[in-house]
Design a protein around this ligand. Structure first.
Ligand SMILES: Nc1ncnc2c1ncn2[C@@H]1O[C@H](COP(=O)(O)OP(=O)(O)O)[C@@H](O)[C@H]1O
Ligand SMILES: [Mg+2]
Length: 235
C-alpha cells in the first residue's frame, strides 16, 4: 500500500480563524427564514484538529460552510487569518468534478507542475492503481469520487482543511489512509464525521452545536464523551 505524505504546507498565522457573534439563518421556501445558530464566537488556532458534533439538522454543515466562506453569515463576522489556504470538502464537492475527465487528468489539473510519477503516486495513495487512473469520473462509484476529491484537496498547498463528512462513502482502507494523512497533517483541521474511530484518533477539541448554540470542549473526543455523559450512547 502506498502511504501518502503531505508536502509540507506553507505555515499559516497562529490564529487561523476568529469568529464573533456569528449567526446564520436560511431563507425558507414559503418566505421567512429559519435560524440555525446565533451568538457563536470562538478562535481556531494553528494545528488544532476540531470535531464539530451535534444531532442531525443541528447546523454542523451550515457552520462549516460559513467558516469556509461558502455562504455569508447572517450576522457577526468570520476573520480568516494571515496565510491561511482553505481546502473545503462536502458531499457537494463530488458533483463539481468534470465527468469527462479521467482520474489522472483530474488530479493532474490541480498539480500542473508535478511529474507524471508524482501524480500517479498520489492517485495510488488513494487506491487508484494501474489502469484505474484512466477511468472517467462519470464511471466512478461514490466512494471512488470521494477519493478523487480528497486527492485533489491534498494535492494543493492547503493548511486549513474543512471537511464535512469526508468518510461517508469510503471503504475501511480508504478511511484509514485519510486518517493517517490527517494525523500527520501539519495544518489545521475542522471536521464533521460520524466515525467514532476517526474522531477518537484525530481530534483535540470538540465544538458541539445544540439548539442554536455552540459549546467548545477543550479536550479530545473521549473528554467530550465523558463530560457530556455520552460514553455509552450509540450516537
Ligand atoms: N442551503 C440551505 N437552504 C435552506 N436551509 C438549509 C440549507 N442548508 C441547511 N439548511 C437547514 O439548516 C438546518 C441545519 O442544517 P445542516 O447545517 O445541514 O445540519 P447538520 O449538518 O448538522 O445535519 C436544517 O434545518 C436544514 O434544513
Ligand atoms: Mg451535515
Amino acid at each position: 500500500m502506498v502511504k501518502f505524505e503531505f508536502a509540507e504546507p506553507p505555515r499559516s498565522g497562529d490564529d487561523v480563524v476568529a469568529f464573533e457573534d456569528l449567526g446564520k439563518a436560511w431563507p425558507l421556501e414559503g418566505g421567512g427564514e429559519k435560524s440555525v445558530f446565533g451568538g457563536v464566537s470562538g478562535l481556531i488556532r494553528r494545528q488544532e484538529k476540531i470535531a464539530v458534533v451535534g444531532v442531525n439538522g443541528a447546523g454542523k454543515s451550515t457552520f462549516l460552510k460559513v467558516l469556509a466562506e461558502q455562504t455569508e453569515p447572517t450576522s457577526g463576522s468570520v476573520r480568516i487569518g494571515a496565510s491561511v489556504n482553505v481546502g473545503y470538502f462536502s458531499q457537494h464537492s463530488m458533483d463539481v468534478l468534470d465527468p469527462k475527465l479521467t482520474v489522472f487528468e483530474t488530479v493532474q489539473a490541480v498539480m500542473p507542475n508535478a511529474s507524471i510519477g508524482v501524480v500517479r503516486n498520489l492517485c495510488a495513495a488513494f487506491l487508484f492503481q494501474g489502469d484505474d487512473v484512466d477511468k472517467r469520473i462519470d464511471k466512478l462509484s461514490g466512494g471512488e469520487k470521494s477519493r478523487v476529491v480528497l486527492a485533489t484537496l491534498l494535492a494543493r498547498p492547503v493548511n486549513f482543511l474543512i471537511l464535512d463528512e469526508p468518510t461517508n462513502h469510503l471503504d475501511i482502507q480508504s478511511r484509514e489512509i485519510l486518517l493517517g494523512a490527517l494525523q500527520t497533517f501539519a495544518g489545521t483541521v475542522v471536521l464533521v464525521s460520524h466515525d467514532r474511530h476517526f474522531l477518537r484518533s484525530l481530534v483535540d477539541r470538540v465544538f458541539e452545536i445544540d439548539h442554536g448554540e455552540m459549546r467548545p470542549y477543550e479536550g479530545d473526543y473521549e473528554y467530550y464523551l465523558h463530560k457530556t455523559g455520552r460514553e455509552h450512547s450509540a450516537a
